[in-house]
Each structure stands twice: as C-alpha cells, then as structure tokens.
Design a protein around this ligand. Sequence first.
Ligand code: ZN
Length: 62
Amino acid sequence: MAQRKSIDCRDHPSEKNCSLRISGPEQGVLDAAMQHAVSAHGHKSSPELREQLKSMLKDASD
Ligand SMILES: [Zn+2]
C-alpha cells in the first residue's frame, strides 16, 4: 500500500488560524490541498502553488 501523506495547516500559521489537516494518497492530498488553499486561503491556483504544497507534505502515520 502506498505511503499516505498528510498536510496540516497548523504547521503553517496564517491569518485565518486554520487547523485543517488532510491525509491520504499523495495525489488526493495535493488535489484537496489545492482546492483548500484557493477557497479558504485565497491563493491563486498555479503550478507553483502545487509545488509549494508538495513541499509541505509529510508522511502520515494513520
Ligand atoms: Zn487551511
């Protein structure tokens, strides 16, 4: 089974004080994180944003 990844907004404090955590297969986490970053944090969807989010992924233990 593929390693699950997670991304946690708490690792990256923002003005929104967001505590969302997403975990799952890397592609799914990235897709969900992209949508979240755009809709909740007002980021612009771009390849650069995806790379940035990718660098924030950590191995999930659950
Ligand atoms: Zn967030």
